[in-house]
Design a protein around this ligand. Sequence first.
Ligand code: ADP
Ligand code: MG
Length: 354
Amino acid sequence: MDFRQIFGADPETQASAPGRVNLLGEHTDYNDGFVLPTAIPQRTTVQLSFSPDRQHHFYSQELDELVSISDRDGTPQGFASYIFGCIQLLQQEGHTIPPLNLHVTSSVPIGSGLSSSAALEVATLRAVRSRLNLEIDDVRIAQLGQQAEIQYAGVECGIMDQMASSLADTEHMLFLDTRTLERRVLPFPAGAELLVVDSGVPRTLAGSGYNQRRAECEEAARQLGVKALRDITDPQAVETLPEPLRRRARHVITENNRVLEVLQGVSAQRFGDLMNASHTSLRDDYEVSVTALDTLVAILQQTPGVFGARLTGAGFGGATVALVASGQAKAIAQDVLARYNRKGYAGRTLVPEN
Ligand code: ADP
Ligand code: MG
């Protein structure tokens, strides 16, 4: 149902924000490291108006769910927690936010690792900024979105997703130093485009696995005497660590180095090699892959026109990203999915959109 059907009048403003896919630099953002996401074409749109009563009313078209809540109520469950968190954090920054009618609609796949949560936060903050003429810049919007997700939705995320949704576009890669927030907009390697395929396997263990990896990285950094693993560039430095910390740290260090190599300017071929190496590292050193992802990545890597492929997102299921020859993504996707499906899986193409 659209805004008018839910709230009985037209919206006063609207804003949108894209999902993202991370090309290189996985599990590095909570190690103060480097990431290389890009925006995807799918977006989340938030429409809003002032609420006529004392409550906020949040509606999601995808979930067909309406949540009514006042600022004095506790944090709601589910999708409303992200929106409620954004509003609370704006108030804590000193902005006065009146009760809002807020309508969410999105083409970003929810829960596939393309960051529908960050798109929801950034679109919400942009819509509120627009309606109230707030002076907050795009970096601050990303930071508030991240804090909403951590403090109100209870997800210990890094800053990558929100920075990508707030600052990246679909035509470029966004290099981001997650410690300093220094960033650079880079062109895609010449002659290449993106292909994102969902493995069809839900990320069931992602939450617990993610927290465990975070703890292992913190412990590895502590034993190596650095603030974060980002402070180490030589993979040999991990050799003194006990397992599994040695391999966890080695993934983070080599992954950071792969992202930094891209800054030098690399060909599509070399970029693909770095993606393949990233997958091997995520599979063997970081141990966040699963058989379905390994199968799909292997099929992609064997397909002509594919420069490289790897799992993207936290792992344990979810999506893969590949760099492929320009103009060939759709044809390659068809071929790859047919072979993947013959092995008993049900994948689907997420980018480019059908
Ligand atoms: P991802 O960000 O990879 O898509 P997450 O688990 O981080 O996966 O975020 C998904 C959650 O974000 C959903 O469970 C829901 O609470 C919220 N969300 C995202 N998009 C929407 C939407 N369009 N409508 C309602 N909730 C949404
Ligand atoms: Mg998310």
